[in-house]
Design a protein around this ligand. Structure first.
Ligand SMILES: Cc1ncc(COP(=O)(O)O)c(C=O)c1O
Length: 377
């Protein structure tokens, strides 16, 4: 057995990322340490400017986490306690919990079985008299159908906040997250396509009033020192994280290109397989493959395949094993088993294969071969 054949294959490789960046990351951290500016400041302002420009919008507001970006984003676009907000039941829990956290009600609508993205028709059916906003999640690295959702929101007089935690650099119909919605949010959790060395998040918007409100909200509702005009919180991005992200940001496009090459290789390797169905690329999409996700529907269950791959040192992810509406804390939202059959089936069947940009073609082939063998029985 060769050394390559025994090397574990992990879902992420942050050590390889650090090695590629060389000493630049350490220099940036040291620069902040010596500057004495630890919260917001020039590094964070540069990130806000550059990331907003990358998303083709004029305003970027950096906050402490992707979760805070959602909470403050909802408040900034005007969602209030007592409203309801339509979102997906198949996402990381924060997409829906942020709605409940501000005292609004999550109204869930099932996803498309081919892409796992919010289905605009089902979103329309989920709108109730209290709905003021739609919160589509750009899951796994591709955008939900924003043109359809924008048309729906305009027809029904609703706002849109886009959850772009997994879609740095993705486009659909030529637009990025935050361009068609009133605002979009990003997470810089370390394993994201663009990740900090710690927590981080960002709100992007075209709207100057929403931007100004988000800035106040991240700073205790304060437009000027010791003046508080509304209730906010402390959610200011640390300068260390701004500096780290400024070093990594120029690499993002290249890393996303490599993710697409890996995805294309998996597509080719797995084409025609019986028990493995890759999720589909939506029309007119630039996917950034935060995850490369397949559905396992052969004689072996997804969990069995996951375990057997791990025994061979190939570690995959399951995003997410429980849909939002079946989480214990979500009981009071009024949903139960069977309410969102697509989300429930996906939770049982999805397997996220390693797709980080430092994976070699040989590793992609090893995972593909093992998967084909385990699912062909
Ligand atoms: C879809 C989605 N929304 C929101 C979040 C929350 O981001 P954070 O972990 O930065 O708070 C995540 C992070 O995993 C996510 O994947």
């Amino acid at each position: 057995m060769t050394a390559t054949a025994t090397k574990p294959i992990a879902p992420v490789d942050l050590a390889a990322e650090r090695a590629e960046l060389g000493p630049a990351l350490e220099e940036a951290v040291l620069r902040v340490l010596r500057s004495g500016t630890y919260i917001l400041g020039p590094e964070v302002e540069k990130l806000e400017r550059d990331f907003a420009a990358y998303c083709n919008v004029p305003h970027g507001i950096a906050v402490a986490t992707g979760t805070d970006a959602l909470i403050l984003g909802l408040l900034a676009v005007g969602v209030k306690c007592g409203d309801s907000v339509v979102t997906s039941p198949f996402t990381f829990f924060a997409s829906a919990s942020c709605i409940a956290w501000i005292g609004a009600t999550p109204r869930l609508a099932d996803v498309d079985p081919d892409t796992a993205l919010l289905d605009p028709k089902k979103a329309e059916a989920a709108i109730d008299a209290k709905t003021t906003c739609i919160l589509p999640v750009h899951l796994y690295g591709q955008l939900a159908d924003m043109r359809a959702l924008r048309a729906l929101a305009d027809k029904r007089g609703l706002k849109i906040l886009e959850d772009g935690a997994q879609c740095h650099g993705a486009k659909r119909d030529g637009v990025s997250c935050g361009e068609l919605g009133e605002a979009g949010t990003y997470s810089f959790y370390p394993t994201k396509n663009l990740g900090a060395c710690g927590e981080g998040g960002l709100i992007v918007t075209k709207n100057a009033d929403i931007a100004a409100r988000a800035k106040r909200l991240r700073d205790h509702g304060s437009p000027a020192k010791y003046t508080h005009t509304e209730l906010g919180t402390n959610s200011r991005l640390q300068a260390f994280q701004g500096a780290v992200l400024n070093v990594k940001f120029p690499r993002l496009e290249g890393w996303n290109v490599r993710r697409r090459q890996i995805a294309a290789r998996y597509d080719k390797n797995l084409a025609g397989a019986k028990g493995v169905t890759p999720l589909k690329l939506a029309a007119n999409s630039v996917h950034v493959y935060h995850q490369y996700t397949v559905r396992i529907r052969g004689s072996r269950s997804r969990d069995e395949v996951l375990k057997k791959l791990a025994e061979r040192q190939m570690f995959c992810g399951v995003h997410y094993p429980t849909p939002v509406h079946l989480q214990p804390v979500a009981k009071s939202w009024g949903y139960g088993p069977g309410d969102f059959p697509v989300a429930e089936a996906l939770s049982r069947e999805v397997l996220c294969l390693p797709v980080h940009p430092f994976l070699t073609d040989a590793e992609v082939d090893r995972v593909s071969e093992a998967l084909l063998e385990l699912t062909s029985a």
